[in-house]
Design a protein around this ligand. Sequence first.
Ligand SMILES: Cc1cc2nc3c(=O)[nH]c(=O)nc-3n(C[C@H](O)[C@H](O)[C@H](O)COP(=O)(O)OP(=O)(O)OC[C@H]3O[C@@H](n4cnc5c(N)ncnc54)[C@H](O)[C@@H]3O)c2cc1C
Length: 452
Amino acid sequence: MIAAMMSKMRPASPLNELGTAFGLTGAALLFLQFLSSGRYETLSGRIGIDRTMGFHRVAAYFLLGFVLLHPLSYSATSFLSNPRAALNHLTGMLLSERLRTGVVAMAGLIVMVALATFRSRPFMRYEYWRVSHGMFAIAVTALALDHLFVVGNYSAEQPLRLLWFFFATVALVAIGLVYIVRPWRMWREDWRVERVRPLGERIWEMMLHGPETTRLRFRAGQFIWMTLAPHRPPFHDHPFSIASSPTDLPRLRLVIREAGDCTSGFGQIEPGTRVAVDGPHGSFVLPKGKEPVIMVAGGVGIAPLLGMLEEAAANADARSFRLLYAARSPSALAGLERLRELQSRLDLSIQCVVEEDVEGSGCSVGPIGHMHVSRSLRGTQSKDVTCLVCGPAVMMEIVTDALLAQGVLADTIHYERFDYAAGKGHIDRARRREALLIFIVLLLGIVAFSLR
Ligand SMILES: Cc1cc2nc3c(=O)[nH]c(=O)nc-3n(C[C@H](O)[C@H](O)[C@H](O)COP(=O)(O)OP(=O)(O)OC[C@H]3O[C@@H](n4cnc5c(N)ncnc54)[C@H](O)[C@@H]3O)c2cc1C
């Protein structure tokens, strides 16, 4: 909008300007969505993959709202006085040849947002959805760009023309990085599966071995995007946390739960199978300083925490670690043996919680709740602890809310989700409000632009 105001155009009526502002802001958001897709470490590594994906999701709904309001605002003048004329005007716009690329882009965007909202099996395989999401994004952006240049009055002026050129270049570079440069880099290093062994009920430990000269440098707790042969990047990669210490390189350990099409075949993977490794990603790492460190894992959520404990042991970290580890049954407590070994090298206490107790397991009976969390915090100053939480969505909400209720500060609670769904915990909601604030400011800007 600032770029539009820098042009020599004289403002039209407020409702027309409102329609234009919705369209321009929607287009700018569309370009920026490429950067918040969670694939760019510069952004998601800094603010976290959860925050990045949360923003991407909220932005998608606002973007769609702005795009739908764009044609509606142009017809709004007569909606109250003459609804039929307004409807005719709107239909005329939607059928107009001149506006065709814009209308198709809008329809594509509706389909894209609907698929992203309702994507879940058996409706659609995740891989198919991902490919279609990327293709739709590229097509919708190209059509929107055409629409901007064909009918946009402001876009015909120098400042906006330059801005769109800049945005389009950024989007092109982003697409090139994700679909060409990164897959090529992933395949260049010769990574292989060294071994796969069962670690618990439908949980596998997969050891990868890379070249001695590998360029991979990571902090324990970060994750990689992995593609297993016969597939090749970029469309078949899945994210997995690194469950080993950087000092173990060129070996990487992954702890993987069978979840669906890709992971359910992991037990049959032959040693020597080629893998493509892209990483590191994410910012879920062990913060320096504060202790005790309270770790809470649910099921395979142990993977990044195990990596952090391995790193702490390798660095002779003298802090006190308290691990609260929950799973369905004792046999689903993957990696417990290794955690017990680490106890001899770290000040590490382990509290296990299972839903189906087996006599003699030494575990408390769950589900995990406030009582278990408060036991982990016993004898500590809640304001001084560092907390790291990873596990199923509902468990993380219960745990993070319980930590807050016990006086732990929100900014010392770090967590990572293994899905990109919107969480319902207090911290999730606070983060959503932060994102919403950005869009409220944008909305105020749109109104100010139309009333100028
Ligand atoms: C940051 C991060 C770290 C993760 N670390 C681990 C780990 O250490 N161990 C582990 O067992 N699991 C981990 N996961 C989850 C793991 O990526 C999914 O379980 C796996 O991709 C499922 O694939 P599938 O084809 O077997 O199952 P599907 O049935 O295809 O998918 C099940 C669900 O997994 C998610 N998913 C599937 N494919 C992808 C993908 N390519 N990208 C993102 N999400 C996907 C979707 O929410 C989907 O609904 C992590 C996920 C994320 C986001």
